[in-house]
Design a protein around this ligand. Structure first.
Ligand SMILES: [Ca+2]
Length: 455
């Protein structure tokens, strides 16, 4: 039940007390280390580095899942992938199986975001925000034999966005150079490059809507496969190949994205919108193509390399410039945070898994949370992962493997590379964390893998 209030005079004007604009930029597959401000000096990422210096940089931020779609769904709903039962990237593996030697088959998980959820875009839209989704969506996959709903019905425009440019079932573009073969993104001219085009669209949107509060959900396709960038930039990084730069094309893609974000931020300034706009930049899962060291693992894994991501927030007057926050935060926090930023009440009846980050932004008030949790009962596309769950409580992180219940316990502050498994030496702590994880898995009604044979 939603109580509708008569629109106030204030909401119709551009008075300084209007609600803040919100820009959420989420890169795809960008690793925790894949920015200069996160410790890779071989990369030129001046725009995002500057954004960090003007806001808060989170060192211990997590994606809700080690792969795309579940993190995106968590942002839209505020719920954990385990609770949503949307735990793998769409369409997932055809056979739901199998890493050689494993007797575990994936549970039958959900592959798109149902319209029944009240998304953050719907909440903001209802409150008067003009809303736009630009870029990758990856929440509208529908199997070919599904006759009850079509992919078109699950796109951003049906989930609270007034504008949708480029959002569809696709996890990556067929090409970053026009023609892209992505809805609403016909090539304007020969040789057009997708990151530039998406930034053009984002700039056009904020310029057209500068007089009203807006929510821009800009989810670049970069830096997901296929690895493609302009030749000049690739050449530049060929000369820097080595630690930090595993693949010069990938590095070029990162800088290209940074350049476009820089161009957008400049347009935001020129439109006079810097002061009243929250800008969040993050990634949807850990890195896949870059050098994740010292983190262990990659996208698709529950090691830090799969789930720890860059996360920056700039909001003049609310976030102290140049601050660094080491409190663990997670994608499910976006939903309550954005509601809080917009001054909106919680969604009635919604069991939230995230928490508002405003106390962290403002460095005042109470932010209490005992742990963040992960559940990945699926095989990633590369199938190099083992199915499991994880909990981070303080500096300790426990990973539980579903195949045999094997536990891995790490102390992240002293062992960010997760090299030293402490489970054997600290059995009491390991079992306490395991219990806490199990309780959460039961509470979220998490789907578990299916045991196919007795080993
Ligand atoms: Ca991704």
């Amino acid at each position: 039940m939603v109580c509708l209030l008569a629109p106030s005079v204030e909401a119709e004007t551009t008075s300084p007390s209007r609600r803040p604009n919100i820009v959420l930029i989420m890169a795809d597959d960008l690793g925790w280390k894949d920015l200069r401000c996160y410790g890779t000096p071989q990369l030129d990422t001046p725009a995002i580095d500057q954004l960090a210096s003007e806001g808060m940089r989170f060192t211990d931020a997590y994606a809700a899942a080690p792969v795309c779609s579940p993190t995106r769904a968590a942002i839209m709903t505020g719920q954990a992938p385990a609770r949503l039962r949307l735990t793998n990237h769409a369409p997932g593996n055809k056979d739901g199986f199998s890493l050689e030697g494993s007797n575990l088959r994936e549970p039958d998980t959900v592959r798109n975001l149902a319209l029944s959820y009240v998304t953050i875009a719907e909440r903001l839209s209802e409150a008067g925000y003009t809303t736009a989704h630009i870029g990758k969506w990856h929440l509208s996959y529908v199997a070919r034999n599904n006759t009850t709903i079509s992919e078109l019905e699950l796109r951003p425009e049906r989930q609270g966005f007034d504008v949708n440019i480029g959002g569809c079932f696709r996890g990556g573009p067929p090409s970053y150079f026009a023609p892209y073969r992505i809805p609403a993104l016909e090539g304007k001219y020969e040789g057009e490059y997708l990151p530039e085009r998406l930034a053009d669209e984002a700039i056009a949107f904020i310029e057209a809507h500068r007089d009203r509060e807006f929510f821009l959900n800009w989810w670049p396709y970069s830096v997901h496969y296929p690895l493609q960038a302009r030749d000049e930039l690739i050449s530049k990084y060929r000369s820097r190949e080595g630690p930090g730069i595993k693949d010069p094309v990938y590095a070029a893609m990162i800088e290209a994205l940074d350049t476009e974000i820089g161009r957008f931020l400049e347009a935001l300034d020129n439109a006079g919108l810097r002061e009243n706009t929250l800008v969040v930049f993050k990634s949807d899962n850990g890195g896949y193509n870059g050098d994740n060291r010292p983190l262990r693992g990659m996208k698709g894994m529950l090691y830090e390399g799969g789930i720890r991501v860059p996360w920056i927030a700039r909001w003049p007057g609310h976030v102290e410039p140049g601050t660094v926050c080491s409190t663990p935060v997670i994608s499910t926090d976006c939903y309550p945070t954005l509601l809080d930023v917009a001054g909106l009440p919680p969604t009635p009846g919604l069991q939230l898994d995230g928490q508002s980050l405003l106390p962290l932004f403002r460095q005042s008030g109470v932010f209490e949370r005992s742990a963040v949790y992960f559940h990945y009962p699926n095989y990633a596309f590369h199938k190099r992962n083992r199915l499991g769950g994880a909990i981070r409580n303080g500096q300790y992180k426990l990973i539980k493997r579903y195949r045999d219940g094997e536990l891995e316990l790490y102390h992240l502050e002293s062992d960010i590379a997760e090299k030293q498994n402490l489970a054997g030496g600290m059995p009491e702590l390991a079992s306490r964390l395991e219990e806490q994880l199990d309780i959460w898995l039961r509470e979220t009604d998490a789907q578990m893998p299916i045991r196919t044979t007795v080993e």
